[in-house]
Design a protein around this ligand. Structure first.
Ligand SMILES: *Cc1c(COP(=O)(O)O)cnc(C)c1O
Length: 405
């Protein structure tokens, strides 16, 4: 006698891991992503994809990267339970402490991975774009560590606004080149960096700073930040007796720190929430469009001109968002909200006063959403990705507070 045929399929996993698995062979997450690039860039993207795929499957490469993340960047970063803030809000708040990494944010995970990949590809020159300067500093740091040449493109306007980071990059041995075109900000710096890469691809790697751009970047950069999501999942399970947080929250500029933490929880029941600045809400206010080699949500005017993003936090001033976030929003696996500058300042001060942690203005967006939603989140456990520390922002906050008093 044979076993009776099963009467029903086994229950499906609540969220298939493929939600944050590989994109399609042409680099798409649903309808978003892809490779909208000139013919001259195609070989470089194809070479890079093959090199990353090969490296990522190689235990020797992984061990070398893990060693750098541990001994140079300081991983794993801790998970901190906010006792006083939880008491005050009625929400159990946990922080993934990416602020404690070397150079002060999650960005080091990505640049160390790409720098090691550069070495593996036999190249010795890094090209990067930067807006607020943080990714430029991180890239210049990795270049100094590896002994690479480093050129960072930065909008002329941003160079004036962020002169301290320009100095840091130069101190680290990088050349900072002003982008003179367009609005002379981040999106123009991306264009210049891509132009440089096309011309120097034999010797250079373009170290892109977030989960955006043409395939393989959105996928590769997310995989390089997966380490923070994997750590957070293990750490929160050990703290919560095997359970996952109810909600996982991260700020979204291009979306790399959010992609990193979401990737640790995509196949769990945790709700995923991305928080954008009200003045740069690519998902909240944007429309599908093509920029910087990818299709995603973008802030555009009626004739399709890409708009300037505006927020208190220069690190979130990107008018687009990574294509995987556009996809996660469309299928409803992640929800995206926005907060305004006043709410962010409030959150900045609140975390500082109650926990003795000065956050960067970017992750203060994530906390601002939690504080606003405290009534609906009451009694639940919320994990926030504290993507960076606030040392870089205290002078700006001091100015704003002085003007207001
Ligand atoms: C750069 C930066 C961000 C924004 O970048 P994502 O790619 O959206 O993560 C967020 N937080 C900090 C601290 C940053 O430095």
């Amino acid at each position: 006698m044979t076993d009776p045929a099963p009467t029903s399929e086994p229950p499906a996993a609540p969220h298939p891991a493929s939600f944050m698995g590989e994109p399609s062979p042409d680099g798409r997450f649903g309808e978003f992503g892809g490779r909208y690039i000139p013919e001259t860039l195609m070989p470089a993207c194809i070479e890079l994809e093959a090199a990353f795929r090969d490296a990522w499957a190689d235990p020797v490469f992984r061990a070398e990267l893990d060693g750098l993340l541990r001994d140079y960047a300081g991983r794993p970063s801790p998970l901190t339970e906010c006792v006083r803030l939880s008491e005050e809000t009625g929400v159990r708040i946990l922080l993934k402490r990416e602020d404690l990494n070397h150079t002060g944010s999650h960005k080091i995970n990505n640049v160390l991975g790409q720098a090691l990949l550069t070495k593996r590809m036999g190249k010795q020159r890094l090209v990067a774009e930067t807006g607020a300067g943080q990714h430029g500093v991180a890239t210049a740091t990795a270049a100094a560590l590896m002994g690479f040449e480093c050129v960072v493109y930065m909008g002329e306007v941003d160079m004036v606004r962020q002169e301290l980071n320009v100095f840091r990059m130069r101190l680290l041995g990088a050349e900072v080149r002003p982008a003179h075109s367009g609005s002379r900000t981040l999106k123009d710096a991306v264009n210049e960096a891509m132009r440089d890469w096309v011309a120097t691809v034999e010797t250079s790697h373009y170290c892109l700073g977030s989960v955006m751009g043409p395939h393989p970047y959105p996928w590769m950069v997310r995989e390089l930040h997966r380490v923070l999501g994997d750590e957070a999942r293990e750490q929160s399970r050990s703290l919560l007796g095997g359970a996952d947080p109810d909600v996982v929250v991260a700020c979204v500029g291009g979306g790399s720190n959010a992609a990193g933490i979401f990737s640790g929880f995509a196949d769990t029941d945790a709700e995923l929430v991305g928080v954008e600045p009200a003045g740069g809400a690519a998902i909240g206010r944007g429309v599908p469009g093509v920029v910087h080699g990818m299709k995603s949500f973008l802030m555009q005017d009626e004739v399709g001109q890409v708009l300037e993003a505006q927020s208190i936090s220069a690190g979130l001033d990107y008018p687009g968002v990574g294509p995987e976030h556009a996809h996660l929003a469309e299928i409803g696996r992640a929800k995206y909200h926005s907060v305004n500058d006043d709410e962010v300042l409030d959150a900045f001060v609140t975390l500082t006063r109650t926990e003795g942690i000065i956050p960067a203005l970017e992750p203060a967006h994530a906390l601002a959403w939690v504080l606003r939603e405290r009534a609906s989140l009451a009694g639940r456990t919320v994990l926030i990705n504290l993507s960076g520390r606030g040392d870089k922002d205290v002078a700006q906050v001091m100015d704003i507070m002085a003007r207001r008093s």
